[in-house]
Each structure stands twice: as structure tokens, then as C-alpha cells.
Design a binder for this molecule. Sequence first.
Ligand SMILES: *[C@@H]1O[C@H](CO)[C@@H](O)[C@H](O)[C@H]1NC(C)=O
Ligand SMILES: *[C@@H]1O[C@H](CO)[C@@H](O)[C@H](O)[C@H]1NC(C)=O
Ligand SMILES: *[C@@H]1O[C@H](CO)[C@@H](O)[C@H](O)[C@H]1NC(C)=O
Ligand SMILES: *[C@@H]1O[C@H](CO)[C@@H](O)[C@H](O)[C@H]1NC(C)=O
Ligand SMILES: *[C@@H]1O[C@H](CO)[C@@H](O)[C@H](O)[C@H]1NC(C)=O
Ligand SMILES: *[C@@H]1O[C@H](CO)[C@@H](O)[C@H](O)[C@H]1NC(C)=O
Length: 447
Amino acid sequence: MLHKLRRLGLTVVILQIPAQIALGAAQSYGSISSAAGVYNSSVTPENLPWNTYNYCNAPHVNAKHYQLPVNAPNATLVYMNVVLRHHKRTPDNLYPDENELNAIPWNCSDFLQFSYGGGTTAIYHETISPPWHPFLSQIWNGTCDQGQVTQEGLDDAVRHGEDFWAVYAGELDFLQTVNEHDIFIRTSTETRTFQVAGGLLTGMDPAMATKTFPVTTQPSAIDSIPPDYSCPNADNIRDAYQSVPAWTNHLEENADLQNWLCETTGTTGLTAWTSWYDHFFDTFTSRTCNGHPLPCNSTGACVSEQDAAKVFAIGDLEYNYIWNAAVNATTYTQLTFGVFFIELTHNFKLFRAGGETYKLRLFVGHDGTMIRLASLLGLGKIAPLRWPAMGSEIVIEVWQVTDGEHFVRVIHEGTPVSTLAWVPLNAFIGLLESQIPEDVFQACMGS
Ligand SMILES: *[C@@H]1O[C@H](CO)[C@@H](O)[C@H](O)[C@H]1NC(C)=O
Ligand SMILES: *[C@@H]1O[C@H](CO)[C@@H](O)[C@H](O)[C@H]1NC(C)=O
Ligand SMILES: *[C@@H]1O[C@H](CO)[C@@H](O)[C@H](O)[C@H]1NC(C)=O
Ligand SMILES: *[C@@H]1O[C@H](CO)[C@@H](O)[C@H](O)[C@H]1NC(C)=O
Ligand SMILES: *[C@@H]1O[C@H](CO)[C@@H](O)[C@H](O)[C@H]1NC(C)=O
Ligand SMILES: *[C@@H]1O[C@H](CO)[C@@H](O)[C@H](O)[C@H]1NC(C)=O
């Protein structure tokens, strides 16, 4: 609802955010207050600003809101790297008695799950939870596996590709056709990141729906995207800052909430659920984003919207603490994402040296990818970081000005980052390098 009051020539615009959608913008829970956000639809209601945080489908670069760099009107876009989180999916975490906590089955039979060896039959599989299965209590009914992109999530990926193309091909003519010489794609080894890459490409060019396209991965044991390479020294650093009051206070302050959630969902005493709110956050948002109700157990007790709103607020707080705000968070994040930063540095140095053959390098990753990238780029110094939403996007553009110099502009969830709105390429490469530990392997593994 937008009310315009015209008085004495002044226009006062009062934006009333419906209290429930804002999820308690004005509420606070102990010391934790929740920020505005959408958690139950990929479509942000029209009465909210277009770039409102939407956990189900983050805002991203789009033609309606894209602005050319103000600093250099004659600059030309010459290179870019883009990093995204995959789009919405089924829960990645399962309650011990998962079946009981789903009022409706999960249906994933609306798009085919292909996986096959080149040169052989195009095999696809459908998951079924057989009613007779002795372990059925551990999974929901229906045709979905855990962590699987839903049809709506795939639709969001296609739209994301369309929006991207409308700007970078349509408006800027930076890209002209979707082809593997201009566009390099790297994903994690998770199926959902392959599927989202396919959705993006089809959004960029519908003809891609019937074509093949290569994406690059690293061996899962050392993949730097999620990231999945082992780093025991980083784990120890994180354990230490999750053992101090700055962390444990919020668990104590919200013990009643946690006890209630654990009793209701059968997770009492399970540290994966009690050491942080990550699993509750995932299992609630996956449901609400995909039109499923919050969990109700067999005795009729349900997680309420208020409980969920509080968990969402705590989730933001925990993500910001672990990857951004804790005393040693930067060291932890540098160690666990230094390898990805080496890759980014290679890309921009290759471009600077005139050796880059791709126009666009596109990475499809996970929330752990986005939170580390945001933190190491310094976005958490501007405002606390929130849990990276589905489809979360960081675009790194390189522009050339008339005298040939290169400048970098970083765009986060569709909006240019104030501190990285126009940075000389050399300085940007310097920023990347400053976040890479001297010898990451030794720093992670050495005693
Ligand atoms: C999302 O939640 C808000 C607040 O509970 C509600 O007003 C709105 O109708 C919901 N939207 C959908 C699509 O369920
Ligand atoms: C931009 O380019 C036009 C045409 O080449 C030129 O007339 C104008 O002075 C340039 N503007 C700036 C700010 O460089
Ligand atoms: C699942 O979704 C597909 C496609 O929308 C639909 O045809 C099918 O009937 C659904 N299955 C169930 C059990 O609801
Ligand atoms: C799930 O399937 C089992 C076995 O068919 C059935 O007893 C149960 O009611 C189903 N639950 C839901 C929510 O459909
Ligand atoms: C942060 O790291 C320093 C240096 O290793 C260490 O002395 C300190 O205890 C750590 N702080 C926390 C809260 O973990
Ligand atoms: C359902 O939740 C209520 C409230 O937390 C709890 O008392 C009860 O034991 C739970 N029932 C089951 C079957 O888990």
C-alpha cells in the first residue's frame, strides 16, 4: 500500500510493509531483531521494493533496474565473472522422522532428471519413496530426493538467464550468442548446480534447451566452490570462535525456542540441529519457498510462522558471525575460500595480460560460496551479511574507458556495491590477492 499525501506541495510517501511479510521488521527477539524479507514465494510482492531480500529468489541484475556506470559514460564492458547460488530446492537436511513432518508429498516428476554417459542412451531417473519401504519414516513421500531443485526453482533459473541476457546481450551487446567460446561455466559437483546452469543457458537462448554445453568441475574432494577441500586448521579456528560467549549467548538466550523446535521435530540431543540453527533454517525455508507448510508432527504440534521468523533472523545472525563478524572470521574465510580467490585472480590477471579468451566466466555454487565471496570482497563491512538467498548473485564487470584503462564494478543482488562501484583493475586484483593466504595448503594442513 502506497499512500501519497500532498500537502503544501510536499509529497510524503509512506510505504506500509504488511507486518507479516516483513516478518517482524519492527519486532525483536531478545537481542535479535529480524530484518525485512520474503521467505514464501519466488515473486516479491509488488508493494515491496524490487530489491527486497527474498530468500526464495534473490533480486538480480535486470533490464528494468540496470544502470550504466555513472563514472565513465563512454566506458565499454569488456569482461566479466559472475558467481551465483543455485535456485530453490527441497530440504537438504532430513529430520530423523522426516515422513511424519510433511503434510503433503514432494512432487518432482515435472522435469526429467537426466544423467548418462556420452554416446549412450539418454537415461533419466525418477525417485520414488515406496510405501512398503521399511525405512520410509526417514524420508517424505513422493518423487523428490533431498536437496533437489524443484520445477519452480528451475523456472527461476531460466528467468534469471533471461534477465541476464536482456542486459548483457540486449542492452549492452556485450554477448551476442550463447556459445562455449565466449562463455565458460564452472559448477560444483552437485546435480542442482548443473541443472541451474542448464536453466540459465536456456533462459539466455531458448534454443539451448535441445543442445549440449560443457561445464567444468573440480574433483569433489578438492572442489573450491562449495568449498569442499579439507582445511583442519580453519575448522579449529572456527570451533574456537563458536565456543565463546559472542556465539554461545544467542544459543542460551533462545534455548526455549530451540527446545520447542527439537521436541516438535524429534531432534532433541542431535548436535547437528542444536549447535546452530542452520538445519532448522534450511528445513523451514525449503518448505515455505516451495509452497509446503511448516512442519507439524503426528500429535498435531506445529512450527509457527513466528518460530520460523525467529529462526530466519537467527540464521542471518549466525551466517554473519561465522563468515564475517567473528574475531577470526576473516582468517577462517580466507583459508576456506583462498583457493577460489586464486582462481578469480588467475582470471582477472589473464584478462589484464590480454590472454583471456572468454568474455564471461560464470560460476554456479552454494550459499557457502556466496557468503565467503561477499565477506572477502568486503561487503560485510558495509552492512551485516544475510544468509545468501536462492539465486544470490555477485557480478564482477570490467569496463574499459576511452584511454584504455580498466575499471571493475561489483554488483550484488542487482545493486552496485558502494565500495566497489569503480575500482581500477589493478587495485581490484590487489584486493583479491590480499585475501589469499601465502601457502593455502600449508596454512590449512600444516601443524
Ligand atoms: C507469505 O507470507 C505472508 C506472511 O505470512 C502472507 O501474507 C503471504 O500471503 C504469503 N504469500 C504466499 C505466496 O504464500
Ligand atoms: C563520449 O564520446 C563522445 C563521442 O565519441 C564524445 O563526444 C564525448 O566527449 C565523450 N564523453 C566523455 C565524457 O568522454
Ligand atoms: C506431480 O506433478 C506432475 C506435473 O505437474 C503432475 O502431472 C502429477 O500429477 C503430480 N503428481 C502428484 C502425485 O501430485
Ligand atoms: C506417506 O505414505 C505412507 C505410506 O503410504 C502413508 O501411510 C502416509 O499417510 C503418507 N503421508 C502423507 C503425508 O502423504
Ligand atoms: C583468534 O585468533 C587468535 C590468534 O590465533 C587467538 O589467540 C584467539 O584466541 C582467537 N579468538 C577466538 C575468539 O577464537
Ligand atoms: C510433537 O510436538 C510436541 C510439542 O513440542 C511434543 O510435545 C510431542 O512429543 C511431539 N510429538 C511427537 C510424536 O514427536
